[in-house]
Write a new protein. Structure first.
Length: 303
């Protein structure tokens, strides 16, 4: 029985997953090289997971029976500029996990970028063909875990979005927040018309993952929202949901900016998601519902 979990990576998804696990009654410890801003009282452990023996020490220190890999680098453009480093960290840390915690339940949070985006969407039966260095590094990590531990679970997520506060140490925030802050300030924002996603609200993703951590599901699972939309369409929906002018969202081509190395269709669907008994009763918000859920947080936050 999994009662304690170690989350390697304390970024956007990791922090929400830690909170969801704690709310479910599990002890969850986040770990990363540096303590993230705004972590509060959540349990955190300083960890360089690439250092030999570090994962074994962290598992022993926390008594973790499950380990979740949601570490970086996750900047897709940055990985394209340093592919060797991305591969070393993603595949290398997966290898260390298998070597240093062989009996722990293992979950890897992977990505829709393991596909090249030539099809409108991908379920668990589609053969991967990575679109970029980030996708290649994540796919290598998938192979490591699946070869070493048949009980490991690989969860490929589509674009995860949600509320993120501003802060001096924060870099690029998720697309929803970039659009929301920009149009609320009355400024234009560019959004690709030829980059399609199936976005999922971070609270929904964390709720699903929190049930899977102590479960027994293994193999592959795709996790995405129910709506398929271009960034431009989604950006206009965000603006309208906030009472802003949707005309502030300006159409551009994907190749014109930071999304150039992304697959054109970064879209996932799942044939397993609603078959797993541990996920019974969970629902995933569409884009309009997600925007409505986030609006109260935006209304009380500074622009």
């Amino acid at each position: 029985m999994v009662r304690r979990a170690l989350i390697i990576g304390s970024g956007f998804i990791g922090q929400h997953l830690g909170r969801a696990l704690r709310e479910a009654g599990l002890a969850a410890t986040l770990c990363s090289r540096h303590r993230p801003e705004g972590l509060g009282e959540a349990a955190w452990l300083g960890l360089d997971a690439s250092r030999p023996g570090a994962i074994a020490q962290a598992v022993a220190a926390t008594g973790a029976q499950a380990v979740v890999l949601v570490h970086g680098p996750s900047d897709i453009t940055g990985c394209e500029q340093a592919p060797e480093a991305a591969m070393a960290l993603h595949a290398g840390i997966a290898t260390r996990l298998c070597q240093e915690a062989p009996t722990a339940r293992k979950l890897l949070i992977s990505t829709d970028n393991v596909f090249d985006g030539q099809a409108p969407g991908y379920d668990e039966s589609h053969a991967p063909c990575p679109a970029n260095a980030y996708g290649r590094a994540k796919l290598a990590a998938e192979h490591v875990l699946r070869a070493a531990d048949p009980g490991a679970l690989i969860v490929r997520t589509s674009l995860v979005y949600g509320y993120e506060p501003r802060g001096p140490e924060r870099g690029w925030r998720n697309f929803f927040m970039v659009v929301a802050d920009t149009v609320r300030a009355g400024q234009p924002v560019q959004a690709p018309v030829d980059h399609w996603n199936t976005p999922i609200l971070v609270e929904d993703a964390a709720a699903v993952l929190a049930r899977l951590v102590p479960g027994s599901a293994a193999g592959l699972l795709h996790l995405a929202g129910p709506d398929r939309a271009s960034r431009f369409e989604w950006g206009q929906l965000i603006a309208r949901s906030l009472g802003a002018d949707p005309g502030l969202v300006r159409p551009v081509e994907r190749a014109a900016g930071r999304y150039a190395c992304r697959p054109p269709n970064a879209c996932l669907r799942s044939v397993r998601l609603h078959q797993l008994p541990e996920l019974s009763g969970l629902s995933i918000s569409g884009l309009a519902t997600g925007a409505a859920r986030l609006r109260p947080l935006l209304e009380v936050s500074p622009r």
